[in-house]
Design a protein. Structure first.
Ligand code: UN1
Length: 494
């Protein structure tokens, strides 16, 4: 095995925010190469006139090259001891930790989340790499006794082979880490297509792995449009596809994968409720609902987009939330005092503005609307009181919009929270342990937070949704091996 070329470009690193756009490259077979497709320009979400990175996209022929180089590299990588594979991930974690400030700023510029969130996300990617870097020290399979004398039964794990990874814009480095780290440590090779709005951060993640000594061909990065993801899932040589993104795209890819017998893992929409009951600590709840609904400008699949609040405390709670929003500074995310940046693109912002206007025309009552700067893809923090038919109650907007509904009882609150085809996460605010235990039974969600915001996920525990939010095995922790490996059951006699 030979190590790939470490960095994507020979130029000295450009100080983010000051210099020339970073040249975009694809990673195929360990070489950083220019794409053969249409030009791609990655712009600063707050200042669209500033170009963050630019280059040419991949074409379908690049998928063929990436797939065949991945297939060849996987044979040796899959036979490499898991501790050696893990050591590569741990070294990549150290690379990202050393560059957290620089890449955090690049992330804030390219995607639009704040500097603190951007830096935090780079460190989170490092934490995920470290977690999977230690996988060799954990339980690898199972051992059963046999009903027959002189026999034992072992269940061992093997990589799928060459897996496709399709990732969204909203966590440009953490979501790739939580798919690619387990894929690699379990011995798979990867062909990765990140969202075309965040190509620079994708390159940064791939650079960390190549600099850490990942062998050539084990990870291939293809930058390109959404259609490239469809081409990838249609490739006859693919052994699995892991996707995070919109429900519509996820269902299309799941259908393509199913028709070819390719295992599919999909993390899709959410319409996550925060439930604030009358006995809750209202100050804590206001802080956490603020974070859940408006951090990352509401662009998390785990964001709080619905609020169910007990009637008797609703006015008091909403006043506390509005007071916190008054202190929320919206602006350029690369300025340290900013709390909320723009949406990822102007077209994403236009979609959210349209949805809010439609809801208002249909009778939604505006409880709060914040200020935004001129220009850029900004949308004000918006709180709307709605009925359960409203589109902002039912559809995921992926923006800083909170739909509110009052509840007359705990039972009604749980019913309202359950009134969604999605079931990714929920947050419950109460001081009563019996109510919290009732919620564990009543709420059909993949992740339940009691007295904390609906977003957030630790690397060592399962992540994923119930109902229409998820498809296939869960992600992260030990759950990730359910997707990235298959079992061989060995009936062993001497
Ligand atoms: C988080 O809640 O911190 O796309 C992570 C998403 C999720 C990740 C959420 N898959 O937003």
């Amino acid at each position: 095995m030979t190590a790939g070329t470490a960095t994507a470009h020979d130029d000295a690193p450009v100080a983010p925010g000051t210099g020339r756009p970073v040249p975009l490259r694809l990673l195929i077979g360990g070489e950083w190469v220019a794409g053969g497709g249409a030009p791609l320009t990655s712009r600063n979400a707050a200042h669209p006139e500033q170009v963050v990175a630019e280059g040419a996209q991949a074409v379908p022929a690049d998928i063929d090259r990436a797939m065949s180089t991945a297939r060849a590299a996987q044979r040796e990588w899959g036979r490499t001891p898991i501790h050696e594979r893990g050591a590569v991930l741990a070294r990549a974690a150290a690379v990202l930790e050393a560059r957290a400030d620089r890449h955090g700023l690049e992330l804030a510029r390219e995607e639009g989340k704040t500097l603190g969130e951007g830096r935090g996300e780079v460190l989170r990617a490092a934490q995920i790499l470290r977690y999977y870097g230690g996988e060799g020290d954990r339980v690898a399979g199972e051992h059963f006794t046999s009903p027959r004398r002189g026999e034992q039964i072992l269940v061992t794990r093997k990589p799928l082979g060459v897996v496709g990874i399709v990732t969204p814009f909203n966590f440009p480095i953490a979501i790739p880490a939580w798919k690619i780290a387990p894929a690699l440590v379990y011995g798979n090779a990867v062909v990765w297509k990140p969202a075309s709005t965040v190509p620079l951060l994708a390159m940064r993640f791939a650079e960390a792995l190549t600099e850490a000594g990942l062998p050539a061909g084990v990870l291939n990065l293809l930058i390109g449009p959404g259609a490239l993801g469809t081409e990838l899932v249609r490739h006859p040589d693919l052994d699995g596809l892991s996707f995070t993104g919109s429900t519509g795209v996820g269902r299309t890819l799941a259908g393509e994968a199913a028709s070819r017998g390719v295992p599919f893992q999909g993390e899709m929409g959410g319409k996550n409720a925060a439930i604030v009951l009358a006995d809750a600590d209202l100050d804590l709840a206001a802080e956490q609902v603020l974070f859940g609904a408006f951090r990352s400008t509401g662009q998390k699949c785990t964001a709080t987009s619905r609020l169910v609040v007990a009637e008797e405390v609703a006015d008091e709670f909403l006043a506390k939330l509005a007071a916190r929003l008054d202190g929320w500074r919206v602006g350029d995310p690369s300025e340290p005092e900013t709390h909320m940046g723009p949406l990822v693109t102007e077209s994403a912002a236009a979609g959210v503005r349209d949805a809010v206007a439609t809801a208002e025309n249909e009778g939604a009552r505006v409880l709060y609307r914040g200020q935004v700067p001129e220009g850029g893809a900004f949308v004000p923090a918006t709180v709307l009181e709605v009925d359960a038919e409203s589109l902002v109650w039912r559809e995921e907007l992926f923006g800083p919009v909170l739909a509110v509904h009052r509840a007359a009882s705990m039972e009604e609150a749980f019913e309202l929270a359950e009134d969604s085809e999605f079931g990714l996460s929920a947050a419950l605010f109460t001081r009563d342990i019996a109510t919290a235990l009732d919620a564990v039974d009543a709420l059909d969600v993949g992740i339940l937070h009691v007295n904390s915001e609906s977003a957030g996920a630790d690397p060592h525990v399962p992540f994923g949704g119930a109902k229409k939010s998820g498809y296939g095995p869960k992600e992260q922790g030990a759950a990730a091996k359910e997707f990235f490996t298959h079992t061989t059951t060995v009936y062993l006699r001497g």
